[in-house]
Design a protein around this ligand. Structure first.
Ligand code: KG4
Ligand code: ZN
Length: 335
């Protein structure tokens, strides 16, 4: 089945074609992501109305380009998948409108995909994919969740953040130390030059049982440390390192607990923060020590993309699911 995937839940326009008839290393026939970062940078964050308008501008050209790169005519598609939520309502409606219209014109089924299910299944597009049951750590700008995956489509929430998501904490912390939007990846880059241990921040909620997270207090600790410091470049890098180590340690501690609680030895990591190098190294180390396994998508499939939507949609369409013809999105939606 050749499925077109469209992602437009926030500030990235992603389009891909996934072909379930090909070997796993060939199945992603083409994928493109257009990032709106430059558009939103001067406002210090995503402006929802600008995001919607930019998706309108970019989506159809990107669909054309992706189909051309995949070597497919539109009529060769067997289905269209799109992100139906959660996300910004206007941005979601652009993707849903285009996807539904294309599906109707081509007389193929369309399916709305949960954005976080897309992230969760992204590691399964890589070589030697993990088989359920496994535990998934979903760490993005909007979510931080530990999920037990009993099988594809059967998910149990084990724990989640009570306030900021991990990516949101990265972004807000970067902003308060004067780094430009989007701060998360820049903060991580800065942390590479920082001295470990000069600033030590708490590992929130690790001193009590449970699998929930809380990252907003960490941000306040950084604010105080930064305010009372000499605010030099070296100090900024050292604080970035202290912050990153605190987040990474916290995530790793809770992942290990979740694996114990679920009786699993395979961990799957997905979402934008899954691109973080120190997090990847720390979880690898943990998996090795336990004799288990940790699976990540390549960094470009960690952040928002159309490939994960095409893939998740293809699995659902192959299972015989599809939506009715209405254009419908769900901006707030539990997985
Ligand atoms: O999954 P994603 O692309 O979009 C959402 O669905 O939210 O995740 C974006 C988040 C942002 O908060 C960004 O700062 C964070 O992922 N992020 C990172 C890194 N790359 C992206 N955080 C830490 N280290 C990184 N290397
Ligand atoms: Zn995302």
């Amino acid at each position: 089945m050749k499925v077109l995937g469209i992602e437009s839940s926030c500030d990235e326009t992603g389009v891909a074609v996934y072909d379930t008839g090909l070997a796993p290393d060939q199945a992603l026939r083409a994928h493109h992501v257009y990032s709106q970062i430059a558009l939103h940078a001067e406002y210090g964050g995503v402006v929802p109305e600008l995001a919607s308008r930019d998706h309108v501008r970019k989506l159809l050209p990107l669909v054309r380009q992706t189909l051309a790169d995949a070597g497919l005519a539109p009529g060769e598609l067997d289905g269209v998948a799109y992100t139906a939520g959660p996300g910004l309502v206007g941005a979601l409606l652009v993707g849903a409108g285009v996807a539904r219209s294309l599906a109707w014109a081509l007389d193929v089924p369309a399916i709305g995909v949960h954005h976080m299910e897309g992230h969760l299944l992204a590691p399964l597009m890589e070589d030697d994919p993990p088989e359920p049951p496994f535990v998934a750590l979903l760490v993005s700008g909007g979510h931080t969740q530990l999920v037990a995956v009993d099988r594809i489509g059967a998910y149990r929430l084990l724990g989640e953040t009570l306030d900021d998501a991990a990516g949101e904490a990265f972004d807000k912390t970067a902003k308060l130390m004067g780094l430009p939007y989007p701060g998360g990846p820049q903060l991580a880059k800065l942390a590479e030059q920082g001295t470990p241990g000069r600033f030590r921040f708490a590992r929130p909620m690790t001193d009590r049982p449970g699998l929930d997270f809380s990252f907003s207090g960490l941000k306040t600790q950084v604010l105080l440390a930064w305010r009372d410091s000499d605010q030099s470049e070296t100090t900024r890098a050292d604080i970035a390192r202290g912050f990153e180590d605190a987040v990474v340690d916290t995530l790793a501690i809770k992942c290990e607990r979740a694996l114990d609680a679920a009786g699993c030895d395979t961990l799957v990591v997905a979402g934008g923060v899954g691109a973080n190098r120190r997090l990847r190294a720390k979880l690898q180390e943990m998996a090795q020590r336990r004799g288990g396994r940790v699976c990540f998508p390549r960094p470009s499939l960690c952040t928002d993309n159309g490939a994960m939507i095409a893939f998740a949609g293809a699995l659902r369409l192959e299972a015989g699911q599809h939506d009715d013809a209405s254009v419908h999105v769900t901006p707030r939606w539990d997985m």
